[in-house]
Design a protein around this ligand. Structure first.
Ligand code: HPA
Length: 316
């Protein structure tokens, strides 16, 4: 059994989480420029924090307490960002909290930094449903961000394009989504952040979409618009599945984002999303997909996406 290094307690995982955050706060306060020392410290805490948070996610009161801990430890800002793997690259990092270790991203970090001249909070790596996390866990960071007072959420992901006008490496501004996950993130007792039956008409903020279009035009960046279909994965789609999702109204399909966006919307957080088209599943022209190819396409398109988001945050 794991004994908490902080307090020696075996059972009360929530308090372990709080204790860890407190320890980190002390560390941050004293943090100067010793990055390597920080890394080592953070790595020691990582496993411990992961266990703690996983035992906390389903409980609204615990969640509020965790958030309040973070609030009292950090000077939290107005603009906040949620990024997919590696998308926090453009962010000048100030402080980190390690929170997860995923299948495909070795460094899960909550980053408090600066982007577009504003203070932001970014997630490097997210919890995916296909990794075995339940929906409460997948959306836990959004709940914490809400409690921290965030007003706007920027999401990004990689997806397979089904719209025949799309090319690999395109950026698709998400205008709407279709939720194909087998579990709903709002299932269960309603959290008092929003109504039991939330309206979903403007889940992706129209004003933010308009602003992104304008910025893309100014910078000469090609952007497409489309509907994102969220599926559980981890398999990529069969040709028949791509065809079905396209005929149902989807332009791109991916394995993330929808749960987080639903919870953000339930919390009244304005949301803007961009999907990087990393592969194509076009009717009658099936192309094999590998995770490596998806990563290469995502890495190439990512600076353009960051450019748009950075400018949006600068103008916010
Ligand atoms: N399907 C599902 N998820 C994805 C894809 C895809 O084609 N590409 C990147 N993520």
């Amino acid at each position: 059994a794991a004994v908490c290094r902080g307090c020696g307690n075996l059972n009360k995982y929530f308090f372990h989480a709080a204790a860890s955050l407190c320890q980190m706060a002390v560390f941050y306060t004293n943090y100067t420029a010793d990055f390597l020392y920080y890394r080592q410290y953070a790595q020691n805490l990582q496993r411990h924090l992961q266990i703690s948070l996983r035992n906390t996610v389903g409980n609204y009161n615990n969640l509020r307490l965790i958030a309040q801990n973070i609030i009292s430890l950090h000077n939290i800002a107005q603009a906040h960002v949620l990024c997919a793997e590696g998308c926090s690259d453009g962010c000048q990092c100030a402080r980190f909290i390690c929170y997860l270790q995923t299948d495909i991203c070795r460094c899960g970090q909550l980053i408090f930094g600066r982007l577009g001249g504003k203070d932001v909070m970014a997630m490097e790596g997210r919890f995916h449903y296909y990794e075995g996390y339940n929906m409460k866990e997948v959306t836990f960071p959004i709940r914490v961000m809400y409690e921290l007072g965030i007003k706007t959420l920027f999401v990004s992901n990689a997806s397979g394009g089904m719209n025949p006008e799309f090319k690999i490496g395109d950026l698709m501004i998400i205008t709407d989504h279709i939720n194909f996950f087998p579990e709903h993130p709002l299932r269960g007792k309603n959290f008092p952040t929003g109504p039991r039956f939330p309206d979903m008409h403007e889940t992706y903020d129209h004003a933010l979409i308009k602003e992104a279009d304008q910025i893309a035009e100014e910078k000469g960046i090609r952007v497409m618009h489309g509907v994102y279909v969220g599926v559980q994965g981890p398999t990529f789609e069969t040709p028949a599945e791509y065809k079905m999702y396209h005929r149902l109204g989807g332009d791109a399909v991916g394995m993330s984002t929808v749960p987080e966006v639903i919870v953000a919307h339930h919390c009244g957080i304005r949301t803007f999303g961009i999907s990087i088209i990393t592969d194509l599943g076009l009717e009658d022209t099936p192309v094999e997909v590998s995770h490596e190819e998806v990563q290469v396409a995502a890495n190439n398109a990512q600076p353009l996406m960051t450019e748009i988001m950075r400018e949006m945050i600068r103008r916010a």
